[in-house]
Design a protein around this ligand. Structure first.
Ligand code: NCD
Length: 334
């Protein structure tokens, strides 16, 4: 077991713990090619999906993961609540506690909300962060690491991915880093696993304080691809909904870059840039994609793209996380 009580941040995962989750996910993935995909492991346990922010693949992925482990699943879509944030989270948490939730998977627009839910004493449940504001999205980083491990680690005789690591591999994470919890979580987890990360973005989309992150930063996508030949390119969605400023107006991309066309030319992945990558390099995107903005259709649909596989791997990784948090000797954990 891992000693994990909650999964709130990629920083919760030291290397042995991350490897345990990824190895467990490989075992879970192996069960998913069987005719009967359902395991009895979490029978009688209740997993609540508490989503305060829009989501398709992450919510469905957690739901599929919990159901394949035979847990009962309650989907709670809290979007649209007019109660103030703190109160509404507390009241919702007390309701979930009264219902006997064993795990709460939370996505929230406020950075830190999962941490508050885990540590305010409102619920006994294990809390899994499914994305909080621009802060963290640890299961996305785990599924990305799982996908990278399957494609990039050298051991051909170890085809299920068990035991592989990412030492020395180079991942370029490209685009709207400023608003991306995916980028934050990936920088942490990939470096924990021994990979090297380069963030590539226009200066306006690089977060303040990035110097303290364990990665390189570049403003030149062509230079990074041509000179550094990364093993993987992870494209980030331009998060228009977070570009509205304090008044929440939305969609003001032009305060961050001159025009969508200019962004695509400078930071978009297209067929020309694909050809510059080394043969083994893979193309990733967490979804949802803005086709034609950060990634062209031919890049998204190319043989190098593992974007659909990332979604499939997400179920196995979330099964592993729920299993490690909920099964076994909870009382022995801190
Ligand atoms: C990401 C998210 O929600 O942070 N998507 C996801 O979880 N599949 C990235 C994004 O929204 O761009």
């Amino acid at each position: 077991m891992t000693g994990l009580r909650h999964l709130l941040s990629a920083a919760d995962l030291d290397r042995p713990t991350a490897v345990t989750v990824l190895d467990t996910a490989a075992q879970m993935a192996a069960t998913q090619s069987r005719e009967i995909k359902k395991l009895p492991t979490l029978r009688g346990r209740t997993v609540v999906n508490l989503f305060f922010e829009d989501s398709t693949r992450t919510r469905i992925s957690f739901e599929a993961a919990a159901k394949r482990l035979s847990a009962d699943v309650i989907n709670f879509s809290a979007k649209g609540s007019s109660v103030s944030k703190g109160e509404s989270l507390k009241d919702t948490a007390l309701t979930l506690q009264a219902m006997g939730a064993d795990a709460v998977v939370i996505r929230h627009h406020a950075s830190g909300a999962p941490h508050r839910l885990a540590h305010a004493g409102w619920v006994d449940a294990a809390v899994v962060n499914a994305g909080d504001g621009t802060h963290q999205h640890p299961t996305q980083a785990l599924l990305d690491a799982f996908t990278l491990r399957r494609h990039l680690a050298g051991d051909a005789d170890n085809a299920d991915g068990v035991g592989r690591d990412l030492t020395g591999r180079h991942v370029a994470i490209v685009g709207d880093v400023l608003h991306s919890r995916v980028a934050r979580s990936n920088v942490q987890l990939l470096t924990t696993l021994g990979a090297r990360v380069t963030l590539v973005a226009p200066p306006t989309l690089v977060p303040v304080g990035v110097e303290a992150w364990p990665c390189a930063v570049s403003y030149d996508l062509d230079g990074v691809i041509a000179d550094q030949q990364p093993d993987a390119v992870m494209m980030l969605r331009v998060q228009r909904e977070r570009m509205g400023g304090a008044d929440g107006g939305g969609s003001r991309t032009t305060s961050f870059f001159p025009s969508p066309l200019e962004y695509t030319r400078t930071f978009g992945l297209d067929a020309r840039r694909l050809r510059m990558l080394p043969d083994h390099a893979i193309v990733m995107h967490p979804g949802p994609m803005n086709r034609g903005l950060e990634i062209s259709a031919d890049a998204a649909d190319s043989e190098r793209a593992v974007i659909v596989e990332q979604v499939a791997n997400g179920v196995a990784v979330r099964m592993a996380v729920l299993y490690l948090l909920l099964a076994g000797e909870r009382e022995a954990w801190s």
